[in-house]
Each structure stands twice: as structure tokens, then as C-alpha cells.
Design a protein around this ligand. Structure first.
Ligand code: SF4
Length: 499
């Protein structure tokens, strides 16, 4: 398994798979197509004319525009999840972006697929781009003179008649073609896409290039030797240690600083959500509820207050996510309210120290990581059981550990947190991460506290292991029709609602 750093990430909502993942993919693609100005400090202003330049194909092919095709779930709920905005915000700085929506097409590897491609610049733009790059290189003194002498690029190309301005003048391509209005099917004409890159947003902001990928999106090492909770629990037993100590054993020493950063971000997210009021963005005009729940809960006696506060904290983080605020994936954006709510409650109302909270965060991350490695944390792949169900399992494990649970009891708590979400569908209304997502986070946070109590009352022995539930979740998710996996085509998303 990879680092739990891959699981916990600070980002902006509303969706890790539909917003953060596509934004990250766009950044990777953008890095392969710098604006012409970035090739050299002196050419910056000319990037306006030249657009981007593709370096990926081994050459310096000018980019006229980008075309990004969204498939399956990414296309079905991409508008509500702001997928197009996330991509355009990145690539639009280089060249115009066209989004192609294909909600009916599901690529075999994962339902969240996207294909990035470049469209060639027009002849005039190509000429400008090549001239720009050539002039810039010459001015930089690094290779300009030599290139000019060799006739490989820039001014030398112009002189040689191979490309750029020379093409325009020659009438073979470039500006001359544009003026004539009859471009021919050569590499310089805006007819064919090039540098196509298919990548999948597999949940929690993570990317995969699928089988045969070149590893650009996934090049991080595996840090954990043991990939199942069964094996890790055996390790705990034989070493007399807890789950968080296995995390410490596998990660580098910077992990505690990293988890502290995540914890600070989680607290800030809850506190911002308790403070902010008003309607959430989008056509549902849904009002934020966290602040009201918080005030009301404060007025109740302790036994009811406790539950009301947990609801308020979960609503706060989830409403921040729904409004595009800063959150921590745990394991995803859509499920980002569960674990912070429970940990915030443990910190504020049960006075657990930051050190204890970080240990709980490590254990929660380990359980989430096992699911991510062996099954999926993507609603588009396995439904909401993989998002809110997994978040509940993580929060159950964290709480049980904080209250002194043994490794067997912690495993039992996590197992129930996930088992009792098996089969849960993903059917967000209007494609927004609001209904049922926000309330679902609140209920899952409360359920995590119940799972802890239930497991703590036991001796930890039970018939179905966490790993078996993970396997069942994966199979159940794959058996679910795509209607119920983040396409907004079935379930609640098809209903009519009270205005
Ligand atoms: S229903 Fe669950 S999986 Fe689907 S978008 Fe909402 S939180 Fe994510």
C-alpha cells in the first residue's frame, strides 16, 4: 500500500474524484504543454499569440486549443461537481479548452475516465509560436546561435523554409493556408488531435492511467508490506503494538507533522462551517444547518447535546465541502465530514490531546488505505458505501482506539462501520454533493460512535472480518447498476422535491 498521505489531502470541494482528481490531471497535462513564454524568460508576452507548445511528443508543436473528453460518471455529474471548471481553470491559462461530454460511454477500467488532447494551432499561430520560441532561444544565448546556424528551429527554420514564417511565406501551410481558407491535412492543420492522454480519477483525488500507463500519474512507492487488516492485526498481536504504531513503522518520521497539518485543516474546516451561514451554491438553494444545530445542541442536557454537537460538526465540514471550501479528504470530499466531526468531538468534548488524535488519525488512515488498496473509495465505482461507508469505518476505528479498544475491538468497530453501509448507493440530486451527502455524513458520524460502543461492549470476537466486508463491498459495488454510482440517473436523483 502507498502512504496514508495519499489518502488524506487538503483540497477544495465539492468532489475529490470529480473536482480534485481532474484538476490534478489537468495540472499534469499542463506541465507537458507550457505556454510558449515559459520556454524562455524573454518570450512570455508572446504566449498570448502562441498559446501552448507541446513538448510531450518530443517536439515543439504549437497548441491551438485543448479538447478534454469526460466519460461515464465524470460526464454525468461533472456539471454539478464543477469538473469542467476545475479543468478549465488550469488549462485555460495556456489555451482555450473545449469539454466534450460523453455520459453514456464508460471506459472499461473505471467509470471516471477523461481524455486530454491538443488541437493544433492554426497556421498563423504556428508561425508565431515557432518564431517566438526561436527568437527567445536566440536571445537567451543558450542555443539560439547554434540553432540558427544549424537551421533546426526559430529564425533558422524561417530561413530554411522548413516551418514557421517560412511556411507562411511558402504557401505550403501556416498563414498562407489560413488566408486561402483551404488548409490541407498536414500536421500543421487544425484537423487532428495529438498528444492524447487517457487518465482515470479513481477516488479521493487519486489518478490512475490504467493498465499500460506510463506512471506519470501514479509514480509513488508502496510503503506498507501488509495490505489486509487481518495481517496487520497479527502484526499488532505479535509485537504488542497498536495500528498507529504500524503506521509509524512504515511511514517516514515526517508523518506526524503531516497528520498534524491534516488535523489543523480538519479543525479549521469544522470551525469555518459552524461560522458560515446562508444558502449553499446551486439550484437546490439548500440552507446551511450547522450553525443552528450547534446553537440548539448547546442548550440540551449532556446526553442529547453530545449527539447534537456531532451532527453540527459533520454538517459544518460537509457544508464547507458543498460550497467549494477547503477540506481534507477522509477518504473523499463527499465523505469529508465524518472523521473530522468525530475527532473534533473527541478533542473538544472528551478532551483527548492532539497526540492521541494524531494516533487515531493514523489508525483511521490505515483502515481507509486498506479499502482503497483492496477495493475502492470511489462512489462512481462502488457507490456511497465506498465513500461515506468507509469514512464511517475509519471514524469507528479512531473512536474505539481513543477509548482504549484492543486491536480486535478496533477492527470490530471498523467492520460494523462499513458492514452496515453495504449496498449504499450514490445518487446525488442534481449532481451536487448536497442531497443526500451532507446529512449522510452526519448520520455516519453518529453511527461511528455507536459502532465504538457496540465493539467496546464485546470481547472483539466476531464472525465477519473487516477484510471480508471490504471484499463484499467491492463485489456489491460492481454488481450495482451504474444508475446508482454517481451518475444522478437513479434513486433519489430521479425524485421530485419539495420546493
Ligand atoms: S452520495 Fe455519497 S458517494 Fe455519492 S456524491 Fe454523495 S457522498 Fe459522494
Amino acid at each position: 500500500m502507498k502512504s496514508i498521505r495519499e489518502l488524506y489531502k487538503i483540497g477544495r470541494g465539492p468532489s475529490s474524484s470529480h473536482t480534485m482528481g481532474p484538476a490534478k490531471a489537468a495540472e499534469i497535462y499542463a506541465s507537458r504543454h507550457p505556454v510558449a513564454g515559459e520556454l524562455s524568460p524573454v518570450a512570455g508576452e508572446l504566449s498570448q499569440v502562441a498559446g501552448g507548445v507541446s513538448q510531450a511528443a518530443g517536439g515543439m508543436q504549437p497548441v491551438g486549443s485543448f479538447e478534454v473528453t469526460l466519460y461515464g460518471s465524470l460526464a454525468a455529474t461533472g456539471k454539478g461537481h464543477l469538473t469542467d471548471v476545475a479543468i478549465t481553470d488550469v488549462l485555460g491559462k495556456i489555451a482555450p479548452v473545449e469539454i466534450v461530454w460523453k455520459p453514456q460511454v464508460f471506459l472499461p477500467f473505471h467509470p471516471n475516465a477523461m481524455k486530454f488532447a491538443c488541437k493544433p494551432a492554426s497556421g498563423a499561430e504556428q508561425a508565431a509560436a515557432v518564431q517566438t520560441a526561436g527568437a527567445a532561444q536566440a536571445a537567451s544565448g543558450e542555443s539560439g546561435a547554434a540553432q540558427a546556424a544549424s537551421g533546426e528551429s526559430g529564425a533558422a527554420q524561417a530561413a530554411s523554409g522548413e516551418s514557421g514564417t517560412a511556411q507562411a511565406a511558402s504557401g505550403e501551410s501556416g498563414a498562407a493556408q489560413t488566408e486561402a481558407g483551404e488548409p490541407t491535412a498536414t500536421a500543421a492543420t487544425p484537423s487532428a488531435l495529438f498528444d492524447e492522454w487517457t487518465v482515470y480519477s479513481i477516488g479521493g483525488g487519486a489518478l490512475s492511467e490504467g493498465p499500460g500507463g506510463d506512471g506519470i500519474a501514479t509514480a509513488t512507492p508502496d510503503l506498507y508490506d501488509l495490505n489486509t487488516i487481518t495481517d496487520i492485526m497479527k502484526w499488532c498481536k505479535s509485537h504488542g503494538k497498536g495500528y498507529w504504531e504500524y503506521v509509524a513503522e512504515c511511514e517516514d518520521e515526517g508523518i506526524w507533522d503531516y497528520l498534524m497539518e491534516m488535523w489543523e485543516a480538519m479543525k479549521a474546516c469544522v470551525e469555518n462551517g459552524l461560522e458560515n451561514e446562508g444558502a449553499l451554491p446551486g439550484p437546490l438553494h439548500l440552507s446551511r444547518k450547522a450553525a443552528t444545530y450547534y446553537i440548539k445542541a448547546k442548550g440540551y442536557k449532556p446526553n442529547l447535546q453530545s449527539r447534537g454537537l456531532v451532527f453540527a460538526y459533520a454538517l459544518a465540514a460537509s457544508e464547507e465541502n458543498a460550497s467549494g471550501g477547503t477540506i481534507v479528504t477522509a477518504p473523499t470530499c463527499g465523505s469529508c465530514g465524518v472523521l473530522p466531526a468525530v475527532l473534533y468531538h473527541m478533542s473538544k468534548n472528551h478532551e483527548f490531546s492532539d497526540k492521541k488524535i494524531l494516533h487515531a488519525l493514523a489508525t483511521a488512515g490505515l483502515f481507509g488505505n486498506v479499502v482503497k488498496h483492496n477495493a475502492s473509495i470511489s462512489g462512481a465505482d462502488v457507490g456511497c458505501q465506498g465513500e461515506v461507508g468507509v469514512a464511517c469505518a475509519m471514524a469507528s476505528a479512531a473512536t474505539c482506539q481513543l477509548f482504549g479498544g484492543t486491536p480486535a475491538q478496533v477492527e470490530y468497530a471498523a467492520e460494523m462501520g462499513l458492514e452496515h453501509h453495504l449496498g449504499m448507493t450514490c445518487d446525488p440530486v442534481c449532481g451536487l454533493v448536497q442531497i443526500p451527502c451532507i446529512e449522510r455524513n452526519a448520520f455516519a458520524a453518529a453511527r461511528a460512535l455507536d459502532a465504538d460502543i457496540y465493539a467496546t461492549f464485546s470481547d472483539g470476537f466476531h464472525r465477519v472480518s473487516f477484510d471480508q466486508v471490504v471484499e463484499a463491498m467491492k463485489q456489491t459495488g460492481h454488481d450495482l447498476p451504474s444508475l446508482y454510482k454517481e451518475t444522478s440517473a437513479g434513486g433519489l436523483a430521479k425524485g421530485r422535491f419539495v420546493e
